[in-house]
Design a protein around this ligand. Structure first.
Ligand code: Z5A
Length: 215
């Protein structure tokens, strides 16, 4: 459950979903909305967002990095610890909003549900890595993985996670939907098959509803 946001702190907003769901596109548009309203918003991503996090990202997504699921989980969490302490918390503390492409929900779904790692252990380790930080609101861009295949960026071929097949992607989708059903107060599900503009309209509607002070 998301904790109460301290007065004056920025909004911590995360976007989740399958590969190619449109998170990067929507985050960019939302950052433009905040800037046009005279508010500061930083755009960041996981894994990544810091020099160490970007190095870990390269290792995690490199198709030649053979690793155990537990190793993979610990690397995502290591990148998160750096990111939270060095980027996210300082930005929120000075009143900047943080728009983050993936966060803890991705770990629970990809490593916990799709890879089948111990959910309780992951929850505890993630809370430690994130120093207890949870998003104020999360947008889950949802669509059947078959519908997103044409959108996936190829960037010179699939990365290590994208190499997983359709069964894995279906488990990821089901995992996200189940997480959303358990966290209806925080996670909003939006149909990612809609147009970019329609999705952004829905995102802004929910932002204004959740944070009336953002208008
Ligand atoms: N991962 C994990 O396992 N555990 C963790 O804890 C964390 C992450 C944090 C990161 O990959 C991988 O790490 C990810 C989960 C795992 N693996 N997978 N699979 P990433 O960051 O490189 O990739 P991604 O986040 O999965 O996806 P992406 O390529 O960045 O896609 P996106 O941001 O969701 O989509 P986009 O770039 O905005 O859009 C893709 C294309 O579709 C682009 O050409 C757009 O113009 C187009 N687009 C966007 N929206 C639309 C709509 N609405 N209609 C039509 N076309 C659209």
């Amino acid at each position: 459950m998301a904790k109460e946001r301290p007065a004056g702190r920025g909004f911590f907003i995360t976007f989740e979903g399958g590969d190619g769901a449109g998170k990067t596109t929507q985050i960019k548009l939302l950052s433009e909305y905040f800037r046009s309203a005279g508010q500061t918003a930083i755009v960041t991503r996981e894994p990544g967002g810091t020099p160490v996090g970007e190095s870990i990202r390269a290792l995690l997504l490199d198709p030649s990095s053979a690793m155990l699921p537990r190793t993979e989980a610990l690397l995502y969490l290591a990148a998160r610890a750096e990111h939270v302490e060095r980027v996210i918390k300082p930005a929120l503390a000075v009143g900047s909003h943080v728009l983050c492409d993936r966060f803890s929900d991705s770990t629970h779904v990809y490593q916990g549900i799709a890879r089948g790692l111990d959910a309780g252990a992951l929850l505890r380790l993630d809370a430690w890595a994130a120093d207890g930080l949870t998003p104020d609101i999360t947008f889950l861009l949802d669509a059947p993985p078959e519908c997103l295949s044409g959108r996936r960026r190829k960037r010179g071929g699939p990365d290590r996670m994208e190499e997983e097949g359709l069964t894995f992607q279906r488990a990821v989708r089901a995992g996200f939907l189940s997480l959303a059903a358990q966290n209806t107060n925080r996670i909003l599900v939006i149909d990612a098959r809609q147009s970019i503009d329609k999705i952004q309209t829905a995102v802004r509607f929910h932002i204004k509803d959740k944070f009336p002070e953002s208008k």
